[in-house]
Design a protein around this ligand. Structure first.
Ligand code: KG4
Ligand code: ZN
Length: 355
């Protein structure tokens, strides 16, 4: 059973984990930078890189300590090397190279998005001791986080078996939650705050339209939805707690409905029975509720990984690295960091002229 150390530093979490090729977790350590970036309402790349530099050594040491394994007991070292903030990625990549060189263990680069898409195979025990369920290949996955939002067809546990079916043309879903929360002066990160407030609000009091909601396309657009909220706030600033909650409820209902509608449409088009939601936005209670109801209605089998596997973590990186390792794939010490994903993109962000 190969054991792999995974290292993640692509955005605002410094993480390290020791996981087997079967997905068994021996250690999973996550250091979050949320408080560092909160005053700015978003991730500040330079601050992120500096904090990764401070945290990466201690986080890796802690993961090894908790796993009870020494570097020499590991079979490989996996590291996120794309996509993400380049300065942040470089910290994890350099540390992984150093550890690989010193321990003579092979280095395996992992695409962060592949990690998210394989996250359901990281086996975590629930409070009652049961292991989290895993999906069957092929499945359609909705990956919705602060940096990425797209639908994928996943035929196997490696990058060459993953196809993007459609993604966002502009903002990621989590980014839209964060920007709407900022507009309403609610704090950062906005997703959990909006989720909480929406429970007290009435979504029907504010008519909002989700751009690109037509079924024929598997692409998303969230910046127009955010602009609708901005215009409403400019015209009539919500002055009561109730009015803010109503706006949150309307925004959340519109955003989660389009995500779930397109997940189901993609599964139908691809003729698959298994669907997965993953990424930080998969924590959203309404998204989960809608996905459960829609999957049941459509006869689909839904898997939502435990929260610790949905948000950025190194266990999913170690697992994806273990899958590459058992296929005989290795990277030399020339492994480079890149801001771009390895997965072919069907939807490109921004206007056509800018590509
Ligand atoms: O996957 P993640 O931890 O980091 C990235 O790779 O981006 O996702 C973070 C994003 C943030 O935009 C955050 O607002 C959003 O996930 N998020 C949520 C919820 N919890 C986190 N969005 C909606 N509802 C939530 N409950
Ligand atoms: Zn992520």
């Amino acid at each position: 059973m190969p054991w792999v150390l995974g290292i993640e530093s692509s955005c605002d979490e410094t993480a390290a984990a020791v996981v087997s090729h079967e997905g068994m977790v021996l250690a999973d350590v996550v250091h979050s930078q949320v408080e560092l970036h909160a005053p700015y309402g978003g991730v500040v790349p330079e601050l992120a890189s500096r904090d990764h530099l401070r945290a990466c050594g201690p986080v890796v040491r802690e993961a090894l300590h908790r796993s009870g394994l020494a570097l020499a007991d590991l079979d490989a070292i996996a590291v996120t090397h794309r996509p993400g903030l380049i300065g942040a990625l470089l910290v994890g990549v350099q540390i992984a190279k150093g550890l690989s060189f010193a321990s003579r263990r092979p280095l395996v680069g992992v695409d962060h998005l592949v990690g998210h898409l394989l996250a359901p195979f990281v086996r975590r025990a629930s409070p009652d001791g049961a292991l989290s369920p895993v999906p069957s290949f092929p499945y359609v996955a909705l990956l919705a986080s602060g940096g990425h939002t797209a639908l994928y067809r996943v035929d196997g546990p490696h990058a060459s078996a993953i196809d993007e079916l459609g993604g966002t043309r502009d903002d990621a879903a989590g980014e839209a939650f964060d920007k709407v929360a900022k507009l309403l002066g609610l704090g950062y990160p906005g997703g959990p705050i909006i989720d909480r407030l929406a429970r007290e609000g009435d979504a029907t009091r504010t008519p909002l339209k989700a751009p690109m909601a037509q079924r024929a396309s598997l692409e998303f657009s969230f910046s127009g939805l955010k602009t609708q909220v901005a215009e409403l706030v400019a015209k009539q600033p919500p002055r009561t707690h109730e009015a803010v909650a109503d706006l949150c409820a309307a925004f959340q209902a519109t955003a989660t409905k389009v995500l779930v509608d397109k997940l189901v449409a993609a599964a139908r088009l691809e003729g698959v029975r298994d669907v997965v939601i993953t990424g930080g936005v998969a924590a959203n209670s309404e998204l989960r509720r809608r996905a459960e109801a829609a999957s049941e209605k459509a006869g689909l089998r839904l898997t939502v990984p435990p929260l610790a596997s949905c948000t950025d973590n190194a266990a999913m990186i170690a697992f994806a690295g273990a899958c590459r390792f058992v296929r005989g794939e290795r990277d030399g010490h020339a492994l480079e960091a890149s801001s771009q994903t390895l997965l072919p993109r069907r939807t490109h962000k921004g206007p056509k002229s800018a590509r």
